[in-house]
Design a protein around this ligand. Structure first.
Ligand code: BTN
Length: 260
């Protein structure tokens, strides 16, 4: 259960005022789906589920949350329709997950577009979804799943096909960890990154991410809308897109999956 989470958020000097709408659910199909169902949610609404029964991953994949063992939360961010640099909101969320993992003395790496890895195994994934509102503005739902207290027995890799081998905080540190405390570390970090975004510190956001990106400079194959593109990763755009050097020409890849 996440019985003390609301109290801990309220007592936290950094979080108490900006994150004034925190919805804590005992069990829900998906925190992202729940966020989508809200009418006029306010900016920086946080939805946390103790248990998620039908978590969703990118590209229609299933995301397993393992009952009360892991972290499942969604953040709602308001932004204008013509807003720039929106892709950076997922990147800065990944930065906050990285800081959360690093607070446990684990070395975190990122994988484009939105995975967080420890020792090349996936510990967290992010699912960003845009929702349109009255044709005037839209909001972004950023869903974050972090494997905390699940173990290799839970993952059951023989019967469930994972795209990347999974891991968890418990598997990497050998001990159980308080989800409430980790959620707090994540929210404080996330709020710090949101402040940087607000102050247009886009390069700082990108540089933090790129420092933890081992594929940077590598030649990779990306699957984009069913088409394979081979190129060298030379940078990320200020909108979080992958910039690939394909035979001397820069290709911008805004979605897809690196598979080799
Ligand atoms: C991925 O790696 O494919 C993205 C996984 C995102 C999972 C989180 S858990 C909280 C939120 N609610 C969902 O249904 N999905 C995201």
């Amino acid at each position: 259960m996440l019985l003390n989470l609301r109290d801990k958020i309220r007592k936290n000097k950094i979080l108490s005022s900006p994150m004034n709408t925190v919805i804590i659910l005992d069990s829900v199909d998906s925190t992202n789906s729940y966020a989508k169902s809200l009418d006029n949610p306010s900016h920086l609404t946080v939805i946390v589920a103790n248990n998620q029964t039908k978590g969703r991953g990118r590209d229609g994949r299933e995301w397993k949350s393992f009952g009360e063992k892991n972290i499942s939360l969604s953040l709602i961010l308001d932004y204008p329709l013509d807003g720039d640099h929106l892709g950076l909101l997922s990147i800065l969320t990944a930065n906050a997950v990285v800081e959360t993992i690093e607070s446990l003395n684990l070395k975190a790496e990122v994988k484009w577009p939105n995975d967080i890895l420890v020792k090349s195994k996936k510990i967290s994934g992010i699912l960003s979804e845009a929702v349109f509102k009255n044709n005037k503005s839209k909001y972004l739902i950023v869903g974050v799943g972090i494997n905390v207290n699940s173990t290799s027995q839970d993952f059951d890799t023989e019967n469930f096909k994972y795209r990347l081998e999974p891991t968890s905080v418990k598997s990497e540190t050998g001990g159980s960890c308080s989800r409430e405390d980790l959620i707090l570390v994540f929210l404080v970090s996330f709020f710090g990154w949101i402040q940087k975004f607000k102050h247009k510190k886009y390069k700082e956001i990108l540089d933090f991410w790129l420092k933890r990106y081992p594929d940077f400079g590598r030649t990779v194959s990306v699957l984009k809308n069913g088409e394979q593109i081979d190129g060298k990763i030379v940078n990320l755009s200020l909108n979080g897109e992958l910039l690939l050097d394909v035979g001397g020409k820069i290709e911008i890849v805004n979605s897809g999956e690196i598979f080799a």
